[in-house]
Ligand binder design. Structure first.
Ligand SMILES: [Zn+2]
Length: 484
């Protein structure tokens, strides 16, 4: 695979001939360090993430200055080698690296341009043994608005602050990391905010320290494992609003300062949304939830435990209905589908967006705002063309398309019509319980549907819907054939 590795093996072979006992012991140990790969082979982002190790915990200290957007960071990754490693990579983009240590010892490093950002290659002073835990600490700095190789994950509000929206590949614009959904870890954060600003992050607020310069260091802990794509940090002029769900789950929302009266009643809808979803999927999978509403963002994103939504969402529709609640339900559904149960790679993103789109549509129908069957019929009519241009729901050529969102929901609708409501509820309700905190694939879902129902024919049925070049017939809707 690489010349350095071959040379090492050759050297060992020579040693075996002259000093057999020593070589035999070395051979028994089989220590054969090589470089970790620069990607995990994601079909949509081949150099996203890195091979040779898995991160178990990130500890991130982030010192940000509003308005100038300068920041310094220090991140410690606790990891485990999955092969003998002479070097390994982190994903980064647009940072000045000041120092790196591995297991407390200074480690040389090199930056090179990767596919969607930069590759940071770290060479530990001593090679790492497969299975051994190790820590990497990187001190770095940068500016939120600095140019980058790839797109940015930074979102800037009118307050001079920022929020992170990094899905699917931009966590590396905030920290050197293993930027793949297949590597989930627990997190702690220490984020500074000057007077007048608050900090926010995934997980629970565990403490605050006032510093001599008047700023405050905010500490957060996310006890459940999270992939980098769901990083949700922010320093904003915001107000924390607190609540509890009907089952006692702590809620904390962040809304723009001075607009508490407007956004308070909106975020207060969360307990109803939670109760509606918990009745379907079981207990909410994290220890806290909330919505961060910010004018620096115009979309909605399911950052773990702290959904980010732009202020632009929150207007009633033409009929005067608060249909933005559909989006709140969409993002909350992701906490089960995507955040707790996470696809192994980005080509399986329908496992996130299919359920989130489906249950938002169902919520909308139950509130009397739209009719699910009409929506699904419209999707059915256009999906053949989308399959041809962008790929079927289970094999998309890129992220963000109708195939993954509406198409993914249509696959679930077909499944529901095929097996009936009771079995469908069983499939969807057991999925987040069975795969909680884990990574999954479409194959896992197909197997799960068969096992949860005892219907072996679902294997072929789901394959046709997920991977086929054209829509299969919709069960119970013969009149949809030829609809376009
Ligand atoms: Zn979504």
């Amino acid at each position: 695979m690489n010349t350095g590795r071959r040379a090492l093996l050759k050297g060992a072979g020579v040693a075996a001939f002259t000093v057999p006992l020593f070589a035999t012991a070395a051979h028994a140990k089989g220590f054969d360090p090589g470089p970790g790969s620069d990607g995990v082979g994601d079909p949509l982002f081949p150099t996203l993430g890195n091979g040779g190790y898995q991160v178990t915990h990130y500890d991130l200290t982030f010192d940000f200055t509003p308005v100038t957007y300068d920041f310094t960071g220090e991140v410690t990754l606790s990891a485990q080698a999955t092969q003998d490693l002479s070097s390994f990579n982190l994903d980064t983009d647009g940072h000045t690296i000041d120092a790196i240590t591995v297991n407390g010892r200074s480690a040389p490093y090199a930056l090179s341009v990767g596919q969607s950002g930069q590759e940071l290659t770290v060479t530990p002073a001593r090679p790492l043994h497969k299975g051994a835990p190790f820590t990497v600490t990187v001190r770095y700095r940068g500016n939120g608005k600095a140019p980058r190789v790839g797109l940015t994950g930074w979102r800037f509000g009118t307050d001079g602050g920022f929020a992170s929206a990094v899905q699917s590949s931009r966590a590396d614009t905030f920290l050197p990391c293993n930027d793949t959904p297949s590597d989930k870890a627990t997190w702690t954060f220490h984020i500074s905010a000057p007077e007048g600003y608050v900090a926010a992050a995934n997980g629970e607020l565990t403490g605050k320290d006032k510093r001599p310069d008047g700023s405050t260091l905010w500490h957060f802990a996310l006890r459940e494992r999270m992939p980098t794509e769901l990083l949700g940090i922010a320093v904003v002029k915001g107000t924390y609003l607190y609540g509890t769900s009907r089952t006692g789950l702590p809620l904390r929302h962040v809304v723009p300062q001075g607009q508490e009266d407007k956004y308070g009643p909106i975020v207060a809808r969360t307990p109803d949304h939670l109760a509606w979803l918990e009745a379907k999927f079981g207990r909410y999978p994290f220890s806290v939830y909330g919505v961060h509403i910010y004018d620096g963002y115009t979309d909605a994103l399911e950052n773990s435990t702290l959904t980010l939504m732009g202020t632009n969402w929150f207007k009633p529709n033409a009929d005067g209905n608060p249909t933005y609640e559909n989006t709140m339900v969409h993002e909350l559904t992701h906490q089960w589908f995507g955040d707790s149960v996470t696809p192994d790679d980005w080509q399986q993103a329908w496992l996130n967006e299919g359920p989130a789109t489906y249950y938002a549509a169902l919520y909308s129908e139950e509130r009397g705002w739209s009719v699910m069957d009409d929506k699904m019929k419209a999707t059915y009519a256009k999906l053949d063309a989308v399959r041809a241009s962008d790929g079927p729901p289970g094999l998309p050529k890129a992220l963000g398309g109708v195939n993954i969102y509406d198409g993914g929901a249509l696959v679930l609708y077909a499944l529901q019509l095929r097996v009936g409501q009771r079995k469908f509820d069983r499939i969807m309700g057991l999925w987040p319980r069975r795969f909680r905190d884990r990574n999954v694939t479409s194959e896992d879902f197909i197997r799960h549907a068969v096992e949860a129902t005892g219907e072996r024919a679902l294997d072929g049925f789901l394959r046709d819907w997920l991977f086929g070049a054209v829509n299969p017939p919709m069960p119970g809707r013969p009149d949809w054939a030829g609809v376009s």
